[in-house]
Design a protein around this ligand. Structure first.
Ligand code: MBD
Ligand code: FE
Length: 294
C-alpha cells in the first residue's frame, strides 16, 4: 500500500497548497485549509481511496449542496458547535439559563407577531390540539417583559411551511413571533407536530443509509428568544412521548428540553419557562447564516 503522505514531496505540497510559502492571503484561512487538506490526504492514503471514489465523493458534495443544511446537523456538526459553546461558557464561569440547542435549516424570518398569545396555524389542521404556556425570566426569577419569541414547528405530516414538498401550507403556517407582556408570559395554541424526516432518496438520505442510520427527528418545537440586555437564545423543546426522543438524527435533544406533556381528552398541554442570561460576559447574538425571509 502507498506510503507517500509523510514524504517530503507531499508535505511540501500541502504547505504550498495552503499558501504557507507565500506572504499574502488570510493567515487563519491558510492554517485551516492546511489542516483540512492534510486530513483529507491522510484519510485517502489510510483507506486506499481510489480515483473513482474521490470523484464520486466530489460529485456527492456537488449534488448535496441544496441539502447542506441537513447534512451539517446529520453529521453532528451543528450539535458539536453547541458543545463547544457550552464548554466556553463553563470555562468563563457562566452558568444558568435555558440550554441552547441547534437552529436547524428551516427557520423563516418575518412571521406575524402578536402580544402574549398566538394561534400558530393559518387554518387549523386536523390533529391533536397543543397548548404551550410559559414565562420568560431572568436569572433572579424576575419576569422579562418585551421578550420576542420566534416559534416554529412542523405540521402533522412532519412538513414545515416554505419547505413543504406538497405546497399545501400557507406562508407562515406554524411560524409566529410572540412578545411577552409585563408578566413575562407567552402562550400559543397549535396542532401537535410530527417529527421531520429528510427527503427520501435525497443526498442526506443516501448518506444516512450508507452509515446504517435514519434521517428522522423526534417531534419538536423551535424557539429563538430575544430580549434587550440578554443573550440571544436558540433552542428547541421535544414532545416527550415521541419514540425517537433520544434517537434524533440531528442530536439536538437535551434532558432539560423535554418538558412533561399533560394529555386530556381533547388536548395536550406543555408548560415551558425560559431563563435568560444577561448579555455581559460572553456576549452572544444570533449566528450569521443565510436564512430565508418572507
Ligand atoms: C429539522 O426540522 C430540524 O429541526 C433540523 C435540525 C434538521 C432538519 C429538520
Ligand atoms: Fe425542526
Amino acid at each position: 500500500m502507498a506510503n507517500v503522505y509523510e514524504s517530503e514531496h507531499v508535505q511540501n505540497l500541502l504547505k504550498r497548497v495552503a499558501g504557507l510559502d507565500q506572504d499574502g492571503g488570510d493567515p487563519r484561512v491558510k492554517s485551516i485549509v492546511y489542516d483540512l487538506v492534510s486530513a483529507i490526504c491522510a484519510t485517502i492514503e489510510k483507506h486506499d481511496v481510489s480515483e473513482s471514489e474521490l470523484w464520486n465523493a466530489v460529485n456527492f458534495l456537488g449534488a448535496g449542496a441544496d441539502e447542506y443544511g441537513l447534512i451539517v446537523p446529520g453529521i453532528g456538526l451543528e450539535h458539536y458547535m453547541d458543545v463547544l459553546m457550552d464548554a466556553a461558557d463553563a470555562e468563563a464561569g457562566l452558568s444558568g439559563g435555558t440550554p441552547r440547542t441547534i437552529e436547524g435549516p428551516l427557520f423563516v424570518e418575518g412571521a406575524p407577531q402578536s402580544d402574549s398569545h398566538a394561534v400558530m396555524s393559518d387554518s387549523e389542521d386536523e390533529g391533536e390540539v397543543l397548548i404551550v404556556n410559559g414565562t420568560v425570566r431572568d436569572l433572579e426569577g424576575n419576569p422579562v417583559a418585551n421578550a420576542v419569541l420566534d416559534v416554529w414547528h412542523a405540521d402533522t405530516r412532519g412538513f414545515y411551511s416554505h419547505f413543504d414538498p406538497t405546497e399545501q401550507q400557507g406562508p407562515f403556517n406554524n411560524r409566529r413571533k410572540i412578545k411577552t407582556g409585563a408578566d413575562g408570559t407567552y402562550s400559543f395554541r397549535s396542532i401537535m407536530p410530527v417529527g421531520y424526516s429528510v427527503p427520501p432518496e435525497g443526498t442526506t438520505d443516501r448518506l444516512m443509509k450508507a452509515l446504517g442510520r435514519h434521517g428522522s427527528r423526534p417531534a419538536h418545537i423551535h424557539y429563538f428568544v430575544r430580549a434587550e440586555g440578554f443573550r440571544h437564545l436558540t433552542t428547541q423543546i421535544n414532545i416527550a412521548d415521541d419514540p425517537l426522543v433520544h434517537d434524533d438524527f440531528a442530536y439536538a435533544t437535551r434532558d432539560e428540553l423535554i418538558p412533561s406533556l399533560t394529555r386530556s381528552e381533547d388536548r395536550a398541554a406543555i408548560i415551558f419557562d425560559f431563563e435568560l442570561v444577561p448579555n455581559e460576559v460572553g456576549a452572544y447574538a444570533l449566528s450569521d447564516r443565510v436564512r430565508t425571509a418572507a
